[in-house]
Design a protein around this ligand. Structure first.
Ligand code: ADP
Ligand code: MG
Length: 322
């Protein structure tokens, strides 16, 4: 199977009517027509075998995850997706693998109304790079540098299950629990697109990001970009049932430093709390107030007794020691 057959067979589909796609896969470039008056939001994420997923990982799940982590970035900007490109390095043109990958990829693309509009295909060590395009009204994007002291800090869903799944797969000694109950959280993250877009429509919602490298480490990005500090109420953090069997230290470590969560962490004025609660209810998604932003820089963890300690941002660092 040549490159063109491969693209024709697995990655060429008619763009849905009413989409922003004027011209998709097949020409030298794609043509997109964003909604007039909107800004483009562009984000890329690469998944490398052995680094971001285990060799031999299920191709359908990979297709889902490669797109999901990109759509999560659009969600964190408050953007609506309008299309994506796929740059693929493959060790071989394995039809069964490609069919599974395309199945997972397009299932999520269809569900999120985000068509594939182009890409590149080459031979090489397995590497998946997606670029997503989205749109947002001017002034409405949820930026990391827009948080204000006094804002409440909110988290969607809950964190830590993907980290437990990783530990169970790796056989880390402290890890206990049922892999089946947490594997989906690692393999099939749900980009919080509806939440991000709804939040972008509320005046009092200021900054947001998606938690991909660990809650506290990622929070540090907002704090640095906005020049504020934070008090995080550790006992307010939502605890996934699957984490209850862990000792306290590892449970907290999963929740605040785990990674691969793809939940939204955002800041909002106290006055917007009822709106945020309403959005959470409408979407059937828990949103929890987990802290508050303060003028003084630094990150403090505060427990239910009011005890505080300074926290080191711990999040997973690709060039760090672990
Ligand atoms: P060119 O040589 O002009 O860059 P290519 O031969 O790389 O074109 O690709 C031909 C067409 O197929 C282009 O429209 C490109 O966007 C598309 N394409 C290539 N690889 C992929 C892929 N993995 N997924 C979707 N479209 C792809
Ligand atoms: Mg090319």
């Amino acid at each position: 199977m040549g490159e063109f057959d491969l693209i024709a067979r697995h990655f060429t589909r008619a763009a849905p009517s009413g989409s922003a796609v004027v011209l998709g896969v097949g020409d030298d470039g794609a043509l997109l027509q964003p909604t007039p008056g909107h800004q483009l939001v562009i984000s890329s994420d690469m998944l490398v075998e052995g680094r971001h997923f285990f060799p031999g990982a299920d191709p359908e799940r990979l297709g889902h995850k490669a797109l999901a982590v990109n759509l999560s970035d659009l969600a964190a900007m408050g953007a609506r997706p309008i299309g994506f490109t796929l740059a693929l390095a493959l060790p071989e043109a394995d039809d069964t693998w490609l069919a599974g990958f395309a199945k997972g990829l397009f299932a999520l693309a269809d569900a999120c109304a985000c068509p594939l509009v182009g890409g590149d295909t080459t031979r090489g060590p397995l590497n998946l790079c997606i670029t997503v395009f989205g749109e947002v009204l001017p002034g409405r994007a949820l930026r990391r540098d827009a948080a204000l002291p006094g804002d409440d800090l909110w988290l969607s869903g809950r964190t830590g299950e993907a980290r437990l799944a990783l530990a169970l797969r790796r056989g880390e000694a402290w890890a206990r629990g049922d892999l089946a109950s947490v594997a989906e959280r690692m393999d099939r993250p749900t980009p919080r697109l509806a939440l991000g877009q709804a939040l972008a429509g509320i005046d009092g919602v200021h900054a947001a990001l998606d938690v991909s490298d660990g809650l506290l480490g990622d929070l540090g990005h907002i704090l640095r970009a906005s020049g504020v500090g934070a008090d995080v109420f550790v006992d307010a953090l939502p605890v996934a049932p699957a984490l209850r069997g862990l000792d306290e230290r590892h449970r907290l470590d999963c929740m605040v430093a785990g990674g691969d969560d793809y939940e939204l962490l955002f800041s909002a004025s106290t006055a917007s709390a009822p709106h945020i609660d309403r959005i959470g209810t409408e979407l059937g998604l828990n949103v929890t107030r987990i802290g508050r932003l303060v003028p003084a820089e630094g990150l403090r963890l505060i427990d239910a007794t009011g005890q505080s300690r300074l926290a080191q941002p711990l999040g997973f660092d690709h060039f760090g020691s672990h």
